[in-house]
Ligand binder design. Structure first.
Ligand code: C5P
Length: 220
């Protein structure tokens, strides 16, 4: 582990998409690349933190020097997060699927079966809200993300209060911004103190700045 201000601090980071199976060979996913979460884990480790990186399936390699817990589904991600606690801080950068397929099949669904398959859905646990609302053992600083396409600040501010996290990193993922899947991000950090716009910068730079802020809170 690197030497730095976060030495001795355990920080949990979730990252990437989740995959929700339809059957053993098919799944529902989303376009998250895992780039921002990976960059945050890297930046925290560089400041000396002991990082547990709970990673959904992404093409990007996980950072060196962190404890990687690979998961596939939202349910597995929640379980991995709960197993990894306690933590001094937690950053929930994963794009968790909102639903899973309730009638997923244990065997491959055949094309020639009786007509078209009908999928039914059930809600996934909200991992950020679950951890934020823990009565005991809650991490001291919890950071959520809010990818929005409209009314970014208003939606993200409401989301922070609804879920009960301390900070929300809000970003505009409208297609014309090129942020989702791109290498840059333009974020607003929303906390009890209000909304702070950060200039558009690389995802690595956002991660470095966020890690420094986390260090400020955890070690002063
Ligand atoms: O509600 P929404 O998905 O926009 O919230 C985004 C934030 O909540 C992110 O920090 C994401 O990691 C977290 N989240 C979660 N579990 C879910 C859905 C979202 O941890 N099931």
């Amino acid at each position: 582990l690197a030497d730095g201000p976060l030495k001795g601090k355990h920080i949990l980071v979730t990252s990437g998409p989740t995959h929700e199976p339809i059957d053993p060979v098919r799944y529902i996913a989303n376009r998250s690349s895992g780039a921002q979460g990976t960059a945050i884990a890297t930046a925290l480790a560089a400041l000396g933190a002991d990082v547990t990186f709970v990673a959904g399936p992404a093409d990007i390699a996980p950072p060196a020097g962190v404890r990687v817990v690979p998961v596939e589904t939202a349910a597995q991600m929640l379980e991995a997060v709960q197993t990894a606690l306690p933590a001094d801080a937690a950053v929930f950068a994963a794009a968790v699927a909102d639903w899973h397929v309730a009638n997923a099949s244990d065997s491959k669904i055949k094309k020639d079966a009786s007509g078209l398959p009908e999928l039914s859905f059930a809600e996934n646990p909200d991992i950020l809200a679950t951890v934020s609302q823990m009565k005991t053992g809650r991490p001291g600083l919890i950071v959520g993300f809010a990818a929005e396409t409209n009314d970014v600040i208003a939606n993200a501010t409401a989301k922070r209060l609804r879920k009960g996290c301390d900070w929300i990193v809000a970003n505009d993922v409208s297609p014309e911004t090129g942020i989702m899947g791109g290498s840059e991000n333009a974020v607003t950090l929303i906390s009890d103190d209000g909304a702070e716009d950060w200039p558009r910068m690389g995802k690595d730079a956002v991660a470095t700045k966020l890690a420094a802020r986390i260090a400020q809170v955890l070690v002063g």
